[in-house]
Every structure is written in structure tokens, then in C-alpha cells.
Ligand binder design. Structure first.
Ligand code: ATP
Length: 494
């Protein structure tokens, strides 16, 4: 059960080692993962030594690492007497002590004796409990620790112990499990092993399934699994080139200076022109899972105070890294109009968080009502780049038509797209897709292949969004002109 690679120390082992090194003899770890703490305590090295670990519970009393029980130590008072009397360096893992601590002054007193008996003797008592209960009289003597979810080192070690798969497969699974507890990871692994006993890449969806369950419990974060491909997006060539360059830097993030590691991008623009499709494609292009934070849900009041829910969401995502994190309609949560107090605090938190967040999170924010966003949000430094996604040019429209026809297996080799696009002036990508779907429906009803004419006759009748919303669209364009770079080189000009 020792770590496969003792040189690599997990975040949890480091936290506990540092507390021990600082000389604190009694610690209280709030966690529901008792087994995990036990594994971490066995792995902790002090000056290169691994200390013997004794484990105590109300039902079993004390047992040594080899499972040998110490009779007569089931009573909490006796257990603490045992710690006081023990000779030589050791770690004492106390599992159920929080209840007796709350109910019995005598136990609180004896814990203070433990403190004195362990100090400077390389003896360490570690209480684990799922709740924080620290009586006032012992609070200052005890180091209180929160156990964060296991990091990549701990998870890789766990996967290798459980499955014996080669390092590459264990690393891959560990990345997918990031953010889960060890117990949750165990369920996820079982699902994955049923798909591939050697944890080949085809088992990843099974691992993500467990994660999805965990994430869904929050109600405001979603794990998106219908990732698209960059090749399935028409036009937006400047944005695509930028993303491919950033992918390279992001993959090298461990070796690069923090200021060069890509933090994320903000995409604003006309609805239906591919912002959401691009975010999905970023995740698959970077080879990372995609999580979406629903700003509207956060502000619904269904998850407590919006500020708290937002902070919780951001913190939780740090545990999920590496990942792409999508703030959809970010202007719904962070804007310069309503609820100045709360919005202001959330905005300040977001700006700091963007600067300090873990380098393994790439943030993709999308916005339609860009004029609502505070100026500091757009200013350089928060996001690496701010892109404006406009209505596609004629050339881009042709690309989008072809993509959607090909995707639906329509042979369009003989179609005159130049002529077709004379009817689609000002159309968005979403409208082009809808036109393709309507043409296919019409052809299927008539039991014949799709003809160019189907597309043209549908296009000729449709009034595009850009005509009905002309003023708003002009406003968005003017606003974006000075503040963002265009996502495509082709000006639509139409
Ligand atoms: P909204 O703000 O309304 O969500 P959006 O800009 O995010 O709009 P998408 O949701 O990405 O737009 O677009 C809707 C659909 O239109 C996409 O799923 C995609 O199929 C299609 N689409 C839009 N733009 C493009 C494009 N450039 N290339 C290919 N398909 C596109």
C-alpha cells in the first residue's frame, strides 16, 4: 500500500507532513474520507522516516498497522491513556473521538494531556471527523485541517494500486478522476474497468459519468459531453489560429512562466454565430473535459446566496483541473447595472480569481449583451484575448453550409453555393443550420434526395435575425469595434 513513487509527495501528504514538522502534536482533519487519511498517514515521511501508525475507533479500540489489536482500548479515555503512555515516535489516528470530545469534559482534559505528552517526542495524534467540533478549551492546541480532494499524485497512486495498469493508463485515468474523492473514484474505476480492463482511452466516458453525477448535485455546474470539433466550425479563422497556438502553450504550462500560460478568452457577439460551438470545440481541441457554470442558475436563489454559490463553483472547479471552464452568458452574473453591492463583490472576486486560479483551468466566457460588462472585465490581463464573433461573410457561409450538409450525409458536390448565398445575406450560422435541416425534412417527406432548390426556396422566404434586430446588431458591432478583435479575417460587410 506504499506509494508507487515515494519521491512524489501528494498535496495531502505534504500538508500533514508540514503540520508535523511544525511540531503541532494534535491535529483535527475534517473529512469523510477516513480510509484516505489512513493511507496518507502511512505515506508521510519525517526526515526520510515513515512512522508507525496506530488506528483507533470506538468499536475496535487501537490496532497497529499490522492489524494487531490492543485490548482494553475501546473506551476513549483508555485510548488517550494509551497515547500518553506510548514510547517512541508514532502517529495515532483517532477516528471517532469528536463525539466523546463533545460530551465528556474528562476527554477534553485528557486530550490536553496528550498534547503535552506528545510534544517534542515525535508522537502525533490525528483526529478525523466529518464535522468540525473543536471545544473552546482545546481549540488553540489543535491544528485544524480541511482535506481537499486528492490531487493527481494521490489519484495516480490509487489507480495503480487498485488496477496495476501501466503508468500511462494510470495517469490518464487520474486526470479524468480529478475532483472526486477516493471512494467516488473507486466507483468510477469499476465502471471504467468494465469497459476496458487496462483502462484504454475508450473507458474515459465511463469515468466522466461518475463525475457528472457529482457535478449535477450542485445544480449550477454541468459537465458537457457533446464536445464538437474545431474542423466543424466554419470561418472564424483568426480565432481558430489563436486557439491552436494557445493549445501548445497550455500543454506546456508546467514548464512555462505563469504570465505566458493561457488563462482564457472572452467571446462576445451576435447570437447564433458559433460562440457556444467554439467553446465545445476548444475542450476537444485541448483534450480536456468541459464544465459549464450557469450564471442564471447561480442567480436564481435556488442555491443560497449567489455570491456564495459563485465562489463555491469557482473553488470546486479548481479541484477539477485540468479542464476548460465555460461561463455562459457571463453578463447575467457580472455586470455593471443591478445589485451594485453583491455584483460588485462577485466581480472583484472574479477578477482576483482569474489572476490567481490554478494554471490547469482554461476559462472560456461568452456574452451576448457585451455592453453590460464592466470595462475592467474586458481590459487586457484578465482574459488573454477578447474576440468579437460577427455574422459570417459570404465565404464563411458557404463553409458553414457545406459542414452541415456533410455532417448529415447530403451530397452537395453539384450545388452552386455562390448563388445560394445571394439569398442568405446577413444570416447567422444557426440560421444556415436550420435551413439545412428544413431542406432535409422537405426532401425526406417527398422521398427524394436534397436538391439545391430546397435550400434556395427556404432561404428566399426566411427573414434573418440580423434584419429584425438591425439596430441591436449595429450597436453590438460599434461597441465591439474598439474593444475586441475580430474572430474572422473576412468582413461580412453584408
Ligand atoms: P447563443 O448566444 O444564442 O448561444 P452562439 O453564438 O453561442 O449563440 P451557437 O449556439 O454556437 O451560437 O450556434 C448555434 C448552432 O449554429 C451551433 O450549434 C452550430 O451548429 C451552428 N453554427 C453557428 N455558427 C457556426 C459556424 N461558424 N460553423 C458551423 N456551425 C455554426
Amino acid at each position: 500500500m506504499e506509494p508507487q513513487n515515494p519521491a512524489a509527495e501528494s498535496r495531502a501528504a505534504k500538508m500533514i507532513r508540514e503540520v508535523f514538522e511544525s511540531g503541532r502534536p494534535v491535529s483535527y482533519v475534517r473529512t469523510s474520507e477516513e480510509q484516505r487519511v489512513a493511507a496518507v498517514l502511512r505515506a508521510v515521511r519525517l526526515d526520510g522516516d515513515v512512522l508507525p501508525v496506530w488506528t483507533w475507533s470506538l468499536t475496535e479500540g487501537f490496532a497497529s498497522q499490522d492489524g494487531v489489536r490492543e485490548s482494553g482500548t475501546g473506551d476513549p479515555r483508555k485510548a488517550l491513556d494509551f497515547v500518553v503512555a506510548a514510547q517512541g515516535p508514532a502517529i495515532f489516528h483517532l477516528k471517532d473521538l469528536h463525539e466523546p470530545l463533545r460530551d465528556h469534559p474528562e476527554i477534553r482534559r485528557r486530550l490536553r494531556d496528550v498534547y503535552d505528552a506528545c510534544r517534542d517526542r515525535r508522537k502525533f495524534a490525528v483526529i478525523t471527523a466529518p464535522v468540525r467540533y473543536l471545544p473552546e478549551e482545546i481549540e488553540r492546541s489543535v491544528a485544524f485541517l480541511e482535506l481537499r480532494p486528492p490531487d493527481a499524485i494521490e489519484l495516480t497512486d490509487f489507480v495503480r494500486r487498485e488496477t496495476g495498469v501501466p503508468p500511462e493508463a494510470a495517469d490518464r485515468a487520474a486526470v479524468a478522476l480529478q475532483g472526486l474523492t477516493i471512494d467516488e473514484s473507486r466507483y468510477a474505476l469499476r465502471r471504467a474497468l468494465a469497459v476496458s480492463p487496462t483502462l484504454e482511452p475508450e473507458c474515459l466516458p465511463a469515468l466522466y459519468q461518475e463525475k457528472k453525477l457529482l457535478i449535477q448535485r450542485t445544480g449550477f455546474i454541468e459537465l458537457i459531453d457533446d464536445a464538437g470539433r474545431l474542423e466543424d466550425i466554419g470561418g472564424l479563422d483568426i480565432l481558430k489560429k489563436w486557439l491552436l497556438e494557445r493549445r501548445k502553450l497550455f500543454q506546456l504550462r508546467e514548464t512555462l512562466a505563469a504570465e505566458i500560460v493561457p488563462k482564457g478568452l472572452l467571446m462576445m457577439g451576435i447570437p447564433g454565430c458559433g460562440k457556444s460551438a467554439c467553446v465545445k470545440a476548444i475542450a476537444s481541441c485541448f483534450g480536456l473535459p468541459l464544465y459549464r457554470i450557469e450564471m442564471i442558475e447561480i442567480f436564481s436563489g435556488r442555491h443560497g446566496k449567489p455570491e456564495g454559490a459563485f465562489v463555491e463553483a469557482c473553488k470546486m472547479m479548481e479541484e477539477m483541473a485540468p479542464a476548460v471552464l465555460w461561463f455562459d452568458e457571463i453578463e447575467m452574473g457580472i455586470n455593471s447595472t443591478e445589485n451594485a453591492g453583491e455584483q460588485g463583490r462577485m466581480f472583484a472576486f472574479f477578477l482576483t480569481w482569474m489572476q490567481e486560479k490554478t494554471s490547469g483551468l482554461f476559462v472560456a466566457a461568452t456574452a451576448n449583451r457585451i455592453d453590460l460588462l464592466p470595462a475592467e472585465m474586458i481590459r487586457k490581463g484578465r482574459f488573454d484575448e477578447v474576440f468579437f464573433v460577427d455574422i459570417p461573410s459570404q465565404q464563411e457561409q458557404i463553409e458553414i453550409f457545406k459542414i452541415h450538409l456533410n455532417r448529415r450525409k447530403v451530397d452537395s458536390a453539384g450545388f452552386d453555393f455562390q448563388q445560394l448565398t445571394t439569398f442568405t445575406n446577413g444570416w447567422t450560422g444557426a440560421e444556415i443550420e436550420q435551413c439545412v435541416v428544413s431542406a432535409i425534412t422537405r426532401a425526406r417527406l417527398a422521398d427524394r434526395p436534397v436538391l439545391e432548390h430546397d435550400l434556395i426556396s427556404i432561404a428566399a422566404k426566411q427573414v434573418p435575425l440580423s434584419r429584425t434586430m438591425k439596430e441591436q446588431i449595429n450597436h453590438i458591432r460599434e461597441w465591439a469595434f474598439e474593444r475586441a478583435i475580430r474572430a474572422s479575417a473576412n468582413q461580412s460587410g453584408r
